[in-house]
Design a protein around this ligand. Structure first.
Ligand code: ATP
Length: 324
């Protein structure tokens, strides 16, 4: 089997250098949280499969070519009727990028249980899921739940990144689906403002504001550990990341870099974290590689284009401030 299997919707993103309202040239790229992770893990030398659905159109073909050129084993279905999803990405300022989706009813959103079944039969070491898939459609939500449950039952290590997308569903909708499924995850990954979406106690039980308070974070993390999750990973943007485990709590600072494009930082971090898992690294080593990969993502253009090969990891590791 492969080292890592992931599935989800990849789209074509059309990026503008300035405000979209001013027009100008658009550059075509592949976008998708799961394919971002797939590229990151593949560039670090692991074997990776990606499953998904594309339309019978040239931009769908472009997605397949890009993923294959990264050495990713693509297990796709072509939907003859629906189109590949499209998004505009407007980098409005260095720190603020806006997305405009044209993905409702897309080919990718029809991903179903059958689309992931064969890939699961191959017995990956890690299955990586994101909450985005559960937001796409009823079929995709069923595929997500089926894969999480089956992989967990078969002893495949399940990684789940909450990845809340407010354009696709409300926080309450996301919580209703994701909180019960979180128990299937060995590694649960969330941004600090997403942790309440997998809290068993439900909304209102914890004093969440925008960013989670330290106490609320620890409460939810321990609830998740009690429900069978092994590692609760919390991403804190420029403040680094932390992990709660049964044996304690670990933190890493972010690697100091000049941030020019923050899109994809979380996916890059996840790729680094899972790569270190595959290498047998301990939690501090996982955090460190995650932070280095996140730093590559924010200090280079594109969602995944600037991610390093294994021999390039040291370029930024040398400047790291170290785990705390
Ligand atoms: P996104 O959805 O934009 O990908 P996210 O919320 O999933 O973001 P972040 O917490 O923003 O993920 O970033 C993931 C990791 O990337 C952080 O834990 C950190 O290690 C690194 N990172 C993020 N922002 C910066 C930054 N400005 N400088 C250095 N490293 C950063």
């Amino acid at each position: 089997g492969v080292d890592l299997l992931t599935f989800g919707e990849s789209m074509v993103s059309l990026r503008s250098a300035g405000p979209l309202s001013a027009g100008g040239s658009l550059a075509m790229h592949v976008a998708g949280a799961e394919s971002n992770v797939a590229v990151g893990v593949a560039r670090l030398g692991h074997s990776v499969s990606w499953a998904g659905v594309i339309g019978a159109d040239p931009h769908g073909e472009y997605i397949l070519r890009q993923l294959r050129s990264e050495g990713i084993h693509v297990r796709h279905r072509v939907d003859a009727v629906r189109s590949t999803g499209v998004m505009f990405l407007e980098q409005r300022t260095a720190d603020l990028t806006r997305a405009f989706y044209y993905r409702t009813g897309s080919a990718g959103s029809t991903l179903s249980r059958d689309d992931v079944d064969l890939a699961l039969n191959a017995g990956p070491r890690i299955l990586h899921l994101t909450g985005i898939t559960a937001a796409l459609s009823a079929e995709a939500r069923a595929a997500f739940g089926y894969a999480a449950e089956r992989a967990a039952a078969e002893g495949v290590l399940v990684s789940l990144d909450v990845n809340y997308r407010s354009r696709l569903w409300t926080r309450d909708e996301a919580r209703a689906v994701l909180a019960p499924l979180a128990r299937h995850a060995d590694i649960l990954i969330a941004s600090d403002d997403e942790l309440d979406l997998v809290a068993a106690a439900g909304p209102g039980a914890h004093p969440f504001g925008g960013a989670t308070s330290d106490d609320a974070e620890a409460t939810v993390a321990h609830e998740l550990l009690d429900r069978g999750v092994s590692e609760v990973v919390v991403k804190r943007g420029a403040h680094g990341a932390g992990v709660h485990t049964a044996t304690g709590r670990f933190e890493t600072a972010a690697v100091a870099v000049t941030s020019i494009d923050t899109v994809g930082a979380g996916d890059a971090f996840t790729a680094g974290y899972l790569s270190a898992v595959l290498d047998g690294g301990d939690v501090p080593a996982r955090l460190e590689r995650g932070a280095v990969m996140g730093a590559f993502a924010v200090s280079t253009a594109g969602d995944w284009e600037g991610l390093p090969g294994r021999d390039e990891l040291d370029m930024l590791a040398a400047t790291q401030s170290g785990a705390t």
